[in-house]
Design a protein around this ligand. Structure first.
Ligand code: GRG
Length: 310
């Protein structure tokens, strides 16, 4: 992602997140300091910041299309929030009851380093902090901020990521599915699970960015469509890397294949999965036709997501 010509420097992301997740205050109870330390470790451990970049860039693109100046103070809280929601989902996804992954981003996963109960609380605290962060906007930005919050809440919850995770888990664990062995009955069902588990948050980053950048209806719709297709390409490529990627480069230990997850290559075959990935990339690119050069970073990102090595 380093080769993408973002409108905003990566420093802006890290300093904004540091502000939302400061070091423990002096005198805080040692137990809470440990929790805060574990929360910081789940966030500041080398993620690509894809969703933060997306939300910020979508806001920029929408504002440019309307010829208005982007007010970052109304956008950064939601950009931080989506990264916190993402970090929580990874901490919970790695738990023994879910994917049981020992490493994340090349380091011990949260429950391995801090214990299982702490990791559950880290996820809970990051999710709630995300919603607190989203309220920290100037009063004149509160209406779009509230709309963006609703988009992110829906995408993160049962109608989106959590619902998709439930389907994914149920397909690989009959106990979590009332004793019924389930599997996707069609490629469409598998892609719909992807759209919920992974795509919903990526789509929401783009749609919420469009709202916070004061985009018109067409701009917001275009960005949402771009996000949905980007999310599809992202998960298909993730499934391909699971089969073809180098675990050393990927920085994670538990593969979906090893966890008996139903992956796109297992369902469609490798060649068809590659083709679907590129089709989603191209659909994402077509969704940006409404915009000019201001959307070039989003175009570069669509190529990166579908063609990356990790
Ligand atoms: C536990 C509620 C709950 C949801 C989990 C995020 C998720 C839903 C599952 C993760 C499983 C997984 C590896 C899905 C592939 C897509 C994905 C979210 C990959 C990780 O995102 P990146 O590559 O991560 O953006 P970094 O580390 O760069 O932030």
């Amino acid at each position: 992602m380093n080769s993408i010509s973002w409108q905003f420097p990566p420093d802006l992301i890290e300093t904004s997140l540091q502000r939302v997740l400061p070091l423990p205050e002096k005198g805080v109870e040692p137990e809470r300091a440990r929790l805060q330390h574990a929360m910081r470790s789940a966030v500041f451990n080398g993620g690509k910041r894809l969703r933060f970049h997306l939300l910020l860039e979508a806001a920029f693109v929408a504002s440019r299309a309307q010829n208005v100046e982007l007010d970052l103070s109304g956008v950064l809280p939601a950009a931080c929030a989506i990264e916190l929601i993402h970090a929580y989902s990874l901490v919970h996804d790695d738990l023994p009851a879910m994917d049981d992954a020992d490493t994340r981003r090349g380091k011990p996963s949260c429950h391995v380093e801090f214990g299982e109960a702490t990791a559950i609380l880290v996820g809970d605290a990051l999710l709630t902090l995300a919603f607190e962060a989203m309220t920290q906007v100037p009063p004149d930005r509160s209406t779009p901020a509230l709309r963006a919050m609703s988009i992110l809440a829906r995408a993160a919850g049962e109608c989106g990521m959590v619902g998709g995770q439930m389907i994914d888990i149920a397909w690989s664990n009959e106990k979590e599915n009332g004793g019924v062995i389930a599997a996707p009955k069609s490629g469409e069902e598998l892609l719909q699970m992807h759209a919920l588990k992974t795509g919903a948050l990526i789509r929401a980053a783009c749609e919420a960015g469009g709202v916070l950048g004061a985009g018109d209806v067409k701009a917001i719709e275009s960005l949402a469509r771009y996000g949905a297709q980007l999310g599809r390409a992202f998960q298909l490529k993730d499934d391909l890397l699971d089969v073809e990627g180098d675990p050393e480069i990927m920085g994670k230990s538990a593969t979906d294949v090893a966890n008996d997850k139903i992956t796109a290559p297992a369902f469609f075959g490798i060649e068809a999965t590659r083709r679907l990935t590129f089709e989603a990339r191209d659909a994402a690119l077509s969704s940006l036709e409404y915009f000019g050069a201001e959307a070039d970073a989003l175009r570069q990102l669509a190529h990166f997501v579908a063609e990356r090595e990790k």
